[in-house]
Design a protein around this ligand. Sequence first.
Ligand SMILES: [Zn+2]
Length: 132
Amino acid sequence: MSRPCPCTSKKPYDHCCGPFHAGKAAPETAELLMRSRFSAYALGKVDYLIATRPEAKRAEENREELAQYCKSVSCVGLKIVSKEKGGKADDTGVVTFHASLQANGRRSLHIETSTFARENGKWVYVDGLVKG
Ligand SMILES: [Zn+2]
């Protein structure tokens, strides 16, 4: 029995973002990395959130703050709005998404255009432009 993946793919977690979080597989596309980071927020997988940043930016990440943030919000839904590159043969990718979040009983929509790049063959989250 496997629960549905929090990235709202409708796939079981063990056949979606689970293997990425467990380090058994690496996302092949920028979109898959984006989805797996969303579900990592949903599940409080702070190590994964840090490991999927570029090496040079990992030191900026605050483990406590991330853990606190994960606890404070519920990740309700995820919609990929558009994507550029980010495929198996690409080294960069851009994904725009709408994430529905809930904190303190209030729903909010997080709109972000994220930039991804390959580092040592693996996709990492470089930065994001938040629009709402
Ligand atoms: Zn997933």
